[in-house]
Design a binder for this molecule. Structure first.
Ligand code: NAD
Length: 364
């Protein structure tokens, strides 16, 4: 279903304009418009934040995850919370039935340490998106969002630390991250063909490393920003002033703060962008620089050791946001230092208060 003229106009008027702001403005609200929105993977990091934002905007939200609800990172009694395994087609029908919008943020995933060692598990997420697309078609969903990843980009484009930024065309000829990246690339194409052949209005964003409070910070699935925050906090609390870094620390990445991710996700979902588009920060740093920033925030300096045999991924990666700026007049702009301050503070509280197995937050 195409967006109404009114919604398009709202989108144009309320686009954030400058990089000066530290937080994105709220996406044009469709509050109280009676839409039913389903968030799949709602018990996870990004899904939990999206549910909270949608509820705050007044939407009716169905939140779905396979984890028991006591383990969801954020959970609200205002949402209809369902525990379903979305690899299963019938569960997908149950999840999607009666919905206008579906956000697919459900996947078996983690940071480099997880995806390099669990390729088969990562590929099984293809069942989730396949069955959700089939269910969306069956139930007549008007808009479908799929969370893809920068891991779809060709490895041969990411061999140096001074990566100028990956643009959308750099996904082909295909050479994605083995396992996780291939699943994302396949699912992107499935979204495209379900749109072209069956009229499922699918939108796809390629997320580049998302971080923030309520993300995974231990257990093996955590990504670099949360892992570095945790290690620095543990060093601070234990007095053992050492840190292990995976690789030589010169590999480069960009990291997107969760508020930018949620804003961009809604904007892309509500847009007419029918091709997979980058959603990431263009602020590229080395992992050594990332550690510098977290040390600054913590007010300590640690002795670094480098584990050269640990999983480290590609050599250099960042997001080229030319298309995003062209399409939305906006790009992620929350500075890494700002986002890390908030993330560090949250992880510090978690660890210092003994919630090292994560605390469940009941929103509203
Ligand atoms: P997350 O692991 O925190 O959340 C994913 C959620 O999906 C989990 O709660 C998990 O229980 C749920 N899930 C897994 N299998 C399921 C199933 N069969 N049925 C129902 N639920 C299931 O991950 P996240 O960081 O919130 O990522 C959300 C999406 O964004 C994923 O598709 C991920 O691949 C993508 N992505 C994330 C990042 C990032 O940096 N976080 C980067 C690129 C892409």
């Amino acid at each position: 279903m195409a967006l109404s003229r009114k919604k398009k106009a709202a989108l144009k008027v309320q686009r954030p304009e400058s990089k000066a702001r530290s937080m994105p403005k709220l996406f044009p609200s469709q509050a109280n418009d009676g839409q039913k929105i389903v968030v799949c993977g709602a018990g996870g990091f990004i899904g939990g934040h999206l549910v909270k934002k949608l509820l705050n905007d007044g939407h009716a939200v169905r939140a779905v995850d396979k984890k028991p609800q006591s383990l969801w990172y954020q959970r609200s009694g205002q949402a209809e919370n369902l525990t379903l395994d979305l690899e299963n087609h019938d569960h997908c029908i149950q999840a999607v039935n009666g919905a206008d919008f579906v956000y697919n943020l459900a996947a078996d995933m983690g940071g480099m340490g997880f995806i390099e060692l669990n390729k088969g598990l990562c590929m099984l997420s293809v069942l989730i998106n396949t069955h959700l697309l089939m269910a969306a078609r069956h139930c007549g969903v008007s808009r479908f969002f799929y969370a893809s990843s920068a891991c779809v980009y060709a490895g041969y484009k990411q061999k140096t630390t001074d990566n100028p930024g990956l643009c959308e065309a750099d996904a082909y000829p295909a050479d994605p991250e083995d396992g996780y990246g291939w699943e994302k690339l396949f699912s992107e194409r499935m979204c495209r063909h379900f749109r072209e052949d069956f009229g499922v209005e699918a939108r796809v964003a390629r997320y580049h490393n998302v971080y923030g409070p309520h993300g995974t910070y231990d257990g093996g699935r955590e990504k670099a920003p949360a892992a570095i925050c945790r290690k620095v906090i543990q060093a601070k609390l234990s007095g053992k002033r050492e840190i292990e870094i995976w690789g030589d620390g010169e590999q480069t990445r960009s990291f997107m703060y969760i508020d930018d991710c949620i804003f961009g996700t809604e904007a892309i979902t509500n847009s007419d962008i029918t091709y997979p588009i980058n959603l990431g920060s263009a602020e590229m740093v080395s992992i050594n620089r990332l550690v510098d920033i977290v040390e600054e925030i913590a007010g300590i300096k640690l002795k670094r050791s480098y584990n050269l045999s640990a999983p480290k991924g590609v050599r250099g990666r960042s997001s080229d946001n030319t298309q995003l700026r062209k399409e939305l007049g906006w790009e992620p702009s929350i500075r890494l230092h700002t986002g890390l301050e908030r993330t560090y503070a949250w992880i510090y509280d978690e660890i210092a208060s003994g919630h090292s197995k994560r605390s469940v937050v009941n929103v509203a």
